[in-house]
Design a protein around this ligand. Structure first.
Ligand code: KG4
Ligand code: ZN
Length: 362
């Protein structure tokens, strides 16, 4: 069995995991340890990079030990060591990358720097043994993208946000409504008791030919409404959240459908086209339901990894490295690899003005 230790420290989760592949080809998660820093950042209403970096330094060794223990392995038993090298917050990247390199050098194992977005992109091959090609919808705090995944290292960004990421829109909406951090789960919880038809929020770019996303207009509409209605009752807050989610769902459906048409045109012979959803926002039940309905309508298969593998984790980093290790795609200069706070998955794609302002997160 090939086994890889992965380390993830690009944002506010300190994580280590070991994944492997059986002789019969089945992927295995041998351990998956995630230590969230939510408590450290809650008082500030968002991730504070300096606090995150310090917390990673303090926690990482213990998290790696826990991952090895859980898998019943010693460091010398793994075939490779991987760490997220970007995109992400520079302090955290340095901590994970330096630790990974040091461990690899000390035990003479190959070291693989991993693109965090590639981790998200390949998770469905770990959980569902999905074959290439497929479409990936990545919806997280820092990214909202549709990526055509053609093979390992063969990624084409077909759509991206021209302003805020979807998770960011959830987080900002929560902040405007004084809901607790992290915002996404708070908005989802409040929305459960709300009326999604009470407020008609905009559906940005809906019907447009270009396949991109935009969410800042939605956030502005929430801000305007909240100040008009102030002081807000609990019912107002619930209705705003439910109406916001409804607008998000409709926008997503419309935008993703555009890329479906392109995918079908590119692969007319493919009988079982798949859409993979990944990133923290993929944990949202309304978003999942919307995508399920869209896929059913359009003849696509929705592959949604379990929520703990949709958000940031190290199993996806170890897995991306394992896929590369198996194909002899190990960089010869891994130990010299410098962190890349900005590292697009598709190096060919032109940057979009205004996109990813929070930038570092994935
Ligand atoms: O992928 P992720 O864990 O971290 C990075 O951004 O890298 O995604 C975090 C984002 C945050 O914006 C958070 O508010 C959002 O995902 N999120 C959700 C939910 N859970 C997390 N958004 C909507 N509904 C949720 N249940
Ligand atoms: Zn992520």
């Amino acid at each position: 069995m090939t086994r890889v230790l992965g380390i993830e420290t690009s944002c506010d989760e300190t994580a280590a995991a070991i994944v492997g592949r059986d002789a019969d080809g089945a992927p295995k998660i041998l351990s998956n340890v995630i230590l969230s820093q939510i408590k450290e950042h809650a008082a500030f209403g968002g991730v504070v990079p300096e606090i995150a970096a310090r917390a990673h330094v303090e926690a990482l060794d213990g998290v790696i030990e826990a991952a090895l223990d859980e898998a019943g392995l010693a460091l010398g038993d793994v075939d490779g060591i991987a760490a997220t090298a970007g995109p992400g917050l520079i302090g955290g990247l340095i901590v994970g990358l330096t630790t990974g390199k040091a461990l690899a050098a000390a035990c003479g194992k190959p070291f693989l720097p991993v693109n965090h977005l590639e981790g998200h992109a390949l998770t469905a091959r770990l959980t569902d043994r999905l074959n290439f090609p497929y479409l990936l919808l990545l919806v997280s705090g820092g990214h909202t993208q549709i990526v055509h995944v053609a093979g390992i290292g063969r990624y084409e960004r077909w759509a991206t946000t021209i302003d805020d990421a979807l998770g960011e829109a959830f987080d900002k909406t929560a902040k405007l409504l004084s809901l607790p951090y992290p915002g996404g789960p708070s908005v989802e919880k409040a929305a459960r008791k709300g009326d999604p038809t009470r407020f008609a929020f905009p559906r940005p770019l809906k019907g447009e030919k270009r396949p991109d996303f935009s969410f800042s207009g939605l956030k502005t509409a929430v801000r305007r409404l909240a100040s008009e209605l102030a002081p807000l009752s609990n019912t107002d807050i619930a209705d705003i959240c439910a109406s916001f989610q409804m607008a998000v769902a409709e926008t997503l459906s419309d935008r993703v459908a555009r890329s479906f048409s392109r995918f079908r045109a590119d692969y007319p012979e493919l009988v079982d086209p798949a859409l993979v959803v990944a990133g923290g926002v993929a944990a949202n039940a309304t978003v999942r339901r919307t995508l399920e309905e869209l896929c059913r309508r359009e003849g696509f298969r929705l592959v949604a990894p379990p929520p703990e593998l949709c958000g940031d984790n190290a199993a996806m980093i170890a897995w991306a490295a394992l896929e590369r290790l198996e194909r002899d795609m190990v960089p010869s200069d891994g130990l010299a690899f410098a962190p890349r706070p900005r590292w697009p998955l598709d190096e060919q794609s032109a940057p979009v003005i205004g996109a990813g302002k929070r930038g570092a997160k994935a």
